[in-house]
Design a protein around this ligand. Structure first.
Ligand SMILES: C[S@@+](CC[C@H](N)C(=O)[O-])C[C@H]1O[C@@H](n2cnc3c(N)ncnc32)[C@H](O)[C@@H]1O
Length: 203
């Protein structure tokens, strides 16, 4: 396996030392996306919040340190579950956070149990947009919102590590998928042309 393919795989399912390194680097490179996602989420104290694909749990830790919400997280990687659990130990022990293995397509959460769902840079790895959005619709409360934070196809096309294993979507494709799954949708730019929050409101 070539180096670029190996790094690409570590973003898809971080594992072992390579996974820890990839997520460490990603935490530094993606600070604008984390800040943009936090602003769009506009969390309130009573919110129940789910992070889909939490990686090493950096964003969950950031939000839990600032907002008194009930947090949930799911990820497909056992190694990331371990890393995120370690990072967020105090919130888990306080009963404010629950982390588990799961996927965007199968979260394991109850119907209409979550007020706000977010996901940063995971949609490229879902089996399909419709499978993930159907599941997110199911678990969201009637007034719930899903903030899907992504890099644009043009930006990802310029990276050597995304040559294979990445579903790269135009912003219009993400908006159309949200709309056909019943959401009211809008795109909010983080860095014009490069990164966006796709906001899907359950109506
Ligand atoms: C590029 S990393 C992003 C991690 C984190 N969201 C962040 O921005 O720091 C992608 C993460 O999504 C997870 N993932 C991949 N496919 C997934 C899926 N279908 N459902 C949920 N998580 C998934 C990976 O295990 C990995 O932790």
């Amino acid at each position: 396996m070539g180096l670029m393919s190996y790094i690409g795989k570590q973003f898809h399912k971080p594992t072992g030392f390579g996974g820890r390194l990839a997520t460490f680097v990603m935490n530094r490179q993606n600070w604008r996306q984390y800040a943009g996602t936090e602003a769009v989420l506009a969390l309130g104290v009573a919110d129940s919040v789910l992070d889909i694909g939490f990686g090493n749990g950096y964003m969950l830790h950031r939000l839990a340190s600032r907002y008194n919400c009930r947090f949930y997280g799911i990820d497909i990687s056992p190694d990331m579950l371990e890393a995120a659990t370690k990072r967020n130990k105090k919130y888990i022990e306080a009963g404010r956070m629950s982390l588990s293995l799961g996927s965007a397509e199968q979260t394991g959460l109850a119907d209409e149990s979550i007020k706000k769902v977010y996901s940063v840079n995971t949609v490229y790895f879902w089996s399909s947009l419709d499978a993930g959005l159907t599941e997110i619709w199911r678990i969201l409360r009637p007034d719930g919102v899903f903030v899907n934070t992504v890099y644009s196809k043009a930006m990802l096309d310029g990276l050597p590590v995304t040559k294979s294993g990445y579903a790269k979507y135009e912003i219009d494709e993400l908006l159309a998928a949200g709309a056909r799954n019943g959401f009211s949708v809008k795109a909010m730019s983080i860095v014009e042309g490069r990164s966006y929050c796709i906001v899907c409101k359950k109506i």
